[in-house]
Design a protein around this ligand. Structure first.
Ligand code: ADP
Ligand code: MG
Length: 485
């Protein structure tokens, strides 16, 4: 690994381009389905293939989704738009050109809030534009041929481009995490990185601290997980500093990430700007968005994560940490709010949702939209704990597993059946407490001489005698009372 041998202080500068596949049923310019995993080359109408005489028609839903994302990021929505042809040859580009927004991205500017170690900051966006995806070249099925699947060609994408306004791999990690959450929250993209619904290109440069001019950048292409975004950037920063320290210069390059050893390698040096011969697509009429139309989409936006966090802190007195955790997805917040109508113990509700239930969901690979346990049932469980009839750890380890599939909703019945209800009737408790005290006369004397820490020992004894059925709060009060007499 590279070691800093010089006193020079470097700063990394990063700009990210995130491609998000829009969750429309059909493609950007034709009715072909966008379903993932279909048999190869089965959703390739003449429009997708660019056959002569075929006519593309813009999918309104895709435009709406792009506007939604733009509004959520505080972008300016550009009213006069057109699509251009970006001409180049590539085997997975059947038409010989990609339809994209060239000089008129539908959304300009804007910002996305990230939090790194609790510090919040706005990352400036350059633009969000619409474009169609290319097909897929498959290199790992046939040893001597590249196979082409054109199903993906023409799928709508938005490309979300930041300014060079990220300064560490951790910030980039936080940013992509936030983008993923936001597109899912808005329902404009499923955010599934394994299936390629969200892909990221990372532009990285380094410069001396205090330097205003940007250093020469490299672009690491097609990062398909948030972890890889972070690893690729970490590797690049170290590599570039190493080159500079050795007296070298950075070559502007396009690079690729090798996930097998967390390194990047050069694919090509960036030639002088490619000439893509952009021109407005003559088959697609420019489209103009009215203020009223944009407003109607604005009205339909869900409440955004940042606003919900505030709400959870103000209305439910949750900590900033809990609020942020509960805002990891819209479904999580919705579940919390639904359960909060049945209990006032919001803190306990948050603990349950972020602790035992989350572990269960993670293990099952599910999220809150899939949870069969009804919010009201969870609230009942919390009520029984608050009433001293159940303790938390038994509830989490024994009762929750009986409830998660949603089939049983009577918590008291489940607890009775499992024989885990706590006893809090005073006479029984007193008998257990007395038995515990009687079993350790010498400890009683030590306690009374001031070794108050022994209280834990007595509580433990009661726990044992009662087989865990005694309400520990009451037991502790009772013990202190009796021992201090
Ligand atoms: P290109 O034409 O190579 O695609 P752009 O100017 O469109 O370059 O920028 C692409 C991305 O690279 C943007 O996210 C931008 O913020 C980022 N970027 C541009 N220059 C730098 C740089 N010197 N260092 C880091 N990121 C950069
Ligand atoms: Mg680029």
């Amino acid at each position: 690994m590279f070691e800093m041998t010089s006193s020079k202080q470097y700063e990394a500068v990063i700009g990210l381009e995130v491609h998000a596949q829009l969750a429309t049923k059909s493609k950007l310019f034709c009715a072909d389905a966008t379903t993932f995993g279909a048999a190869p080359n089965t959703h390739i109408s003449p429009v997708t293939m660019g056959h002569p005489g075929s006519l593309p028609k813009t999918n309104k839903k895709a435009v709406d989704f792009a506007i939604k994302m733009g509004l959520a990021c505080g972008c300016t929505i550009v009213k006069e738009n057109y699509f251009a042809r970006k001409n180049y040859f590539y085997p997975d580009l059947p038409k010989g050109y990609q339809i994209s927004q060239h000089t008129t991205p539908i959304c300009a500017g804007g910002a996305v809030q990230i939090a790194v170690e609790g510090q919040k900051r706005l990352v400036q966006l350059n633009r969000i534009h619409l474009e169609e995806d290319a097909g897929k070249s498959i290199h790992d099925i046939d040893p001597t041929h590249t196979l082409i699947d054109l199903n993906r060609a023409g799928t709508p994408l938005i490309e979300i481009v930041t300014e060079p306004d990220l300064y560490s791999a951790d910030e980039a990690f936080a940013y992509v995490t936030e983008i993923r959450k936001l597109v899912q929250w808005l329902g404009v993209c499923d955010g599934n990185m394994e299936e390629g619904s969200l892909r990221c290109d990372a532009n990285v440069s380094v410069r001396l601290k205090g330097e205003k001019k940007l250093g020469t950048k490299v672009e690491v292409k097609n990062l398909n997980s948030i972890r890889n975004v972070k690893k690729a950037i970490e590797f690049e920063i170290t590599r570039m500093i190493e080159v500079l320290e050795a007296g070298g210069t950075i070559t502007q390059q396009t690079r690729s990430f090798d996930a097998s050893n967390d390194t990047t390698f050069a694919m090509r040096d960036k030639e002088e700007a490619n000439d893509y011969r952009y021109f407005p697509d003559p088959d697609l009429a420019p489209f103009v968005l009215s203020e009223t139309y944009i407003d109607s989409i604005k009205m339909g936006l869900p409440i955004l994560p940042a606003a919900v966090e505030e709400k959870l802190m103000n209305q439910f007195q949750l900590s900033a940490y809990d609020a942020a955790q509960l805002c990891d997805a819209l479904a999580t917040v919705q579940y919390f709010e639904a359960a909060a109508t049945h209990t006032n113990n919001f803190k306990s509700l948050a603990n349950w949702m972020l602790g035992p239930i989350k572990s269960y969901l993670n293990e099952a690979g599910l999220d809150y939209s899939h949870l069969a346990l009804q919010p009201a049932t969870l609230a009942d469980l919390i009520k029984l704990i608050d009433a001293g009839q159940l303790n938390f750890s038994v509830s989490a380890s024994k009762i929750l597993p009986q409830l998660v599939d949603g089939k049983k909703t009577d918590v008291l019945a489940v607890a009775t059946e499992l024989n885990v209800l706590q006893v809090n009737d005073s006479d029984t408790l007193e008998a257990w407490v007395d038995a515990a005290i009687a079993s350790m006369p010498d400890k009683v004397i030590e306690y009374q001489k001031g070794k108050k820490g022994l209280i834990g020992l007595f509580i433990g004894a009661v726990k044992k005698i009662s087989k865990g059925q005694a309400d520990p709060n009451k037991v502790s009060d009772m013990l202190i009372n009796k021992l201090n007499k």
